[in-house]
Design a binder for this molecule. Structure first.
Ligand code: GDP
Ligand code: MG
Length: 178
């Protein structure tokens, strides 16, 4: 087998309760490789090697964003160390969607002129009756900030792997174009 690329550091961002840890635990539970996990600064770090389009990639996923902890050292670290970012909101919570826009602005400002991959994720798409943010709003908001977009359900395990595969494809594209 060919050597894997990476490790790429991918950081989960978003409001409390949107499902970041639920997404991370699906990632952590991937069974095709020997993943590892540890705790760091009160958050969690998961590492997995997964095969996407026939190429192995190692991803270190950081789930340590604390949205209450505005401007903290941990928040600064998260924003600085990511090779890519997954910004999560819940489709059932409009305020988490607005917060996701703020996070993209903050990221783009902090990392000016670099084309860090960002995926905007509308999670909890299984809760159709409680939807507060439409798919088209999510999609057009992502387009404004030049990010990818996907709706997921961690509860139903829907679109969670396409999310992680998508971020790896973006990281490779960026690698191949530099
Ligand atoms: P975090 O604060 O962003 O890490 O959010 P958690 O992963 O802790 O999830 C917060 C709550 O939402 C928990 O009760 C989860 O079980 C629930 N949850 C997470 N993802 C989903 C989802 O896709 N659908 C539904 N219905 N509930 C979810
Ligand atoms: Mg959490």
């Amino acid at each position: 087998t060919p050597a894997s690329v990476g490790p790429f550091t991918v950081v989960l961002l978003g409001d409390d309760g949107v499902g970041k840890s639920a997404l991370a635990s699906i990632f952590a539970g991937a069974s095709d490789s020997m993943g590892s996990e540890c705790e760091l600064y009160g958050g969690e770090v998961f590492e997995q090697t997964i095969t996407v389009d026939g190429e192995r990639a190692t991803v270190t996923l950081l789930d340590m964003w604390d949205s209450q902890d505005e401007g903290s050292w941990t928040q600064e670290r998260c924003l600085q160390t990511g090779d890519a970012f997954i910004i999560v909101y819940a489709i059932t919570d409009r305020s988490s969607f607005l917060r996701a826009s703020d996070l993209r602005i903050q990221l783009r400002r902090q990392r000016e002129a670099d084309r860090t991959p960002i995926i905007l994720v509308g999670n909890k798409c299984d809760l159709v009756r409680c939807r507060e943010v439409s798919i088209s709003e999510g999609r057009s908001s992502a387009a404004v900030y030049d990010c990818k977009f996907i709706e997921t359900s961690a509860a139903m395990q829907h679109n969670v792997w396409p999310l992680f595969e998508g971020i790896i494809r973006q990281l490779r594209l960026r690698r191949d174009s530099t």
